[in-house]
Design a protein around this ligand. Structure first.
Ligand code: CMP
Length: 138
């Protein structure tokens, strides 16, 4: 069993699409083993997305991710990281495959509905950024 980190972004939560995204996650076979809703401060968001600090889109990214509540989750399953990336689709909703979360619920590359870890090291860092061991159902 592998674990990955998922974030349902403000545009999806405020747009009333969080439940549909969770249903799609469960129907894909991945299990939600931890979950909470919170609103990130700009400082917390900057720390979470520190790897993008030098990118041209950084300020807009922080603005979007702090615009409302997010739902953070730990997902578990076989090949969870790759499976969730497949379910999310490409970062740009316009280029994402039909039926993927970003294609269905993303508005633009900046507001692409969901975030998921890109590799095992990132998953570990992102999960522990938000959750302690007691909050994760094993
Ligand atoms: P996410 O998976 O949350 O990781 C970083 C985010 O930056 C990405 O999704 C996008 O929402 C956002 N972003 C904005 N512009 C770009 C871009 N040109 N390339 C990649 N990500 C971008």
């Amino acid at each position: 069993m592998e674990k990955t980190f998922s974030m349902i972004k403000p545009e999806a939560v405020l747009g009333g699409n969080a439940g549909k995204i969770m249903t799609a996650v469960e129907e894909s076979g991945l299990k939600i083993v931890a979950q909470k809703m919170l609103r990130l401060s700009p400082e917390q968001a900057g720390s979470f997305y520190a790897v993008h600090r030098d990118k041209a889109f950084f300020d807009e990214l922080i603005e979007n991710i702090t615009a409302g509540p997010v739902i953070v989750q730990v997902l578990a399953g076989e090949n969870a990281i790759e499976e969730y990336r497949r379910l999310m689709g490409a970062a740009n909703p316009a280029a994402a495959e039909e039926g993927t979360l970003r294609r269905l619920y993303g508005i633009s590359i900046e507001k692409n509905a969901v975030h998921g870890s890109d590799c095992a090291e990132t998953a570990e860092r992102e999960i522990s950024f938000f959750f302690n061991q007691l909050e994760i159902m094993q």
